[in-house]
Design a protein around this ligand. Structure first.
Ligand SMILES: [Zn+2]
Length: 93
């Protein structure tokens, strides 16, 4: 089980949180102009790296706030916890 550092409540067990999937997925500015394949790509296709992944998490059974984390998908180590509006780090760092 992961131990996640909520930026508002402190460290809690993973069971208190819900994962919202990959972070930084931008909604298309003009979705009406997308083909079905492009729309499906936006809705369903996500990266699946062996390494660092930015994810959205919600402290569902705590403060109910959303935040982002960077997690190593191999070791599950959480490398960074940051606010929803903050940018991801440059890849490869
Ligand atoms: Zn919290």
């Amino acid at each position: 089980m992961l131990r996640i550092e909520c930026p508002h409540c402190g460290a809690r067990d993973e069971a208190e949180f819900s994962c919202g999937g990959e972070a930084h997925i931008a909604r298309p500015k003009e979705p009406d102009k997308l083909s079905d394949a492009e729309w499906a790509d936006y809705l369903y296709m996500r990266t699946n790296p062996k390494g660092i992944l930015a994810e959205r998490w919600c402290h569902t059974f705590g403060c109910r706030r959303w935040f982002n984390i960077e997690r190593d998908t191999v070791s599950h180590e959480i490398l960074r916890v940051y606010a929803m509006g903050e940018p991801r780090r440059e890849s490869g760092t």
